[in-house]
Design a protein around this ligand. Structure first.
Ligand SMILES: [Zn+2]
Length: 425
């Protein structure tokens, strides 16, 4: 193996840097980059940028100028570092979002303390995904400390707003051309998906709302009105009895985890009808009811059929029920993505996992979505995966933590993968 000695030196360098990668994760956790609203982004971008600069990267900041969520109170600032090899290509880009969801209730430790106890780093964002950012930085740094000269280049970005769709973050960098198939060959997103699993994509998302329109009337004589709430109830019953069993019967060939998410699913995000329940009540038949739905669709279903199925269900409800009138409105569509079969990126991570962990890697796909969609759809880079430290089920939970072992092992796997990929074209 041409890289055997380089790989050995890099693995040794990761072990030697273990305390630093843990400390950097804790430092990142101590900046409460809570989204919403998007607190302390600029501070966190600069902390990452300063560390990248110290590790030999050229550092740029990209604020999402012109987007409504980029405000003086909550600036949307992304950071990108580039460390050139002997040439720019192949270019491996590691991207981590530094926003975290609110802490919520139920914590037994300070969610923004970054405490290290019994081999675990605790805090909001510990696994999702400040440990991943630290792993990316120290994978690159271990290569430098091992004195390995790369043919291609390494980029590391810290981006905002993944938890709210990534539009001012990865999507922004892609729209500006900073992330593009003309610049990068491979993108790794170190999200927490368990340290022996490589995530090759995600299901599709279709958010829509349905509004039923009734006719207002006196509440003492409801037969003289048309209740929009009752009609929404009819639609919900049809969803329960007709749509949900059909969705549960469909299984994707993409290895979505957990098993329940290998099927098509639908969630009702919210519903509102009639008069506000906390307000003063008047005797009125509800003339309007609105519900928002979250439909996760499979690669095999595709968006057009997914939407048509909803439309057909609403049409049936209207045909079967006197005076039932409703609208369907699209709120958001995310198409499913899947890393191409035979991707050298997946193969290199599989080899790294085998070497570092001594077991075979598993491929999974995410039940939700993450920034992969923007890398694939806007930047046009098909060779993208998520691989990083931390346990998926702990993301967004109280007492979120990342194991120090996971963090060090993922850093090693990433470093080995970078070594291979920067030579690979
Ligand atoms: Zn995440």
């Amino acid at each position: 193996m041409a890289h055997a000695s380089a790989a050995d030196r890099v693995l040794t360098a990761v072990d030697a840097a273990a305390d630093e990668v843990v400390a950097f994760t804790s430092e990142l956790i101590r900046i409460p980059t809570v989204n919403p609203p998007g607190d302390a982004y600029e501070e966190c971008a600069h902390m990452i940028g300063d560390r990248l600069a110290a590790c030999g990267f050229e550092v740029e900041y990209h604020a999402a100028e012109g987007l409504p969520e980029h405000t003086p109170a909550h600036p949307r600032v992304n950071v990108v570092g580039l460390r050139r090899g002997r040439s720019l290509r192949p270019a491996v880009h590691l991207n981590g979002h530094f926003d975290v969801v609110p802490a919520g209730a139920g914590w037994t430790v300070d969610p923004f303390g970054g405490a290290v106890q019994d081999g675990r780093i605790y805090g909001r964002g510990a696994c999702d995904m400040k440990a991943g950012i630290a792993a990316a930085v120290y994978a690159a740094e271990a290569i430098r400390r091992a004195g390995v000269d790369l043919t291609g280049s390494i980029e590391i970005s810290g981006t905002v707003d993944e938890e709210s769709g990534g539009f001012a973050g990865v999507a922004w960098l892609a729209r500006q051309g900073r992330l593009s198939s003309t610049r990068q060959d491979f993108v790794i997103i170190p999200e927490p998906l368990n340290v022996d699993r490589i995530c090759i994509g995600h299901r599709g998302v279709y958010w829509f709302d349905v509004t039923t329109h009734g006719r207002i009337g006196h509440g003492s004589m409801p037969f003289l009105g048309v209740s929009a709430i009752e009609h929404m109830g009819i639609i919900l019953e049809k969803i329960r009895h007709e749509l949900l069993p059909a969705l549960a019967s469909r299984t994707t060939a993409v290895p979505v985890a957990p098993d329940g998410a290998r099927h098509a699913t639908l969630n009702i995000n919210g519903i509102m009808g009639g008069q506000p329940v906390d307000g003063i009540q008047t005797p009125c038949v509800a003339d309007r009811c609105r519900a928002v739905f979250d439909r996760r669709f499979l690669l095999e279903e595709g968006f057009d059929a997914t939407r048509a199925e909803i439309r057909a269900l609403l049409d049936r409800a209207a045909a079967e029920t006197a005076h039932l009138a409703c609208d369907l409105r699209d709120l958001m569509v995310v198409h499913p993505v899947r890393t191409p079969e035979g991707s050298p990126l997946v193969a290199s991570l599989e080899r790294g996992i085998q070497r570092v962990l001594g077991r075979k890697a598993r491929q999974i796909a995410s039940p939700g979505t993450y920034d992969h969609k923007h890398v694939d759809r806007i930047a046009g880079i098909p060779n993208c995966v998520a691989y990083g430290p931390g346990i998926l089920d702990l993301a967004h939970q109280p007492d979120e933590w990342c194991g120090v072992d996971d963090l060090v092992n993922a850093t090693k796997v990433l470093a080995l993968s970078i070594l291979e990929l920067t030579e690979s074209i």
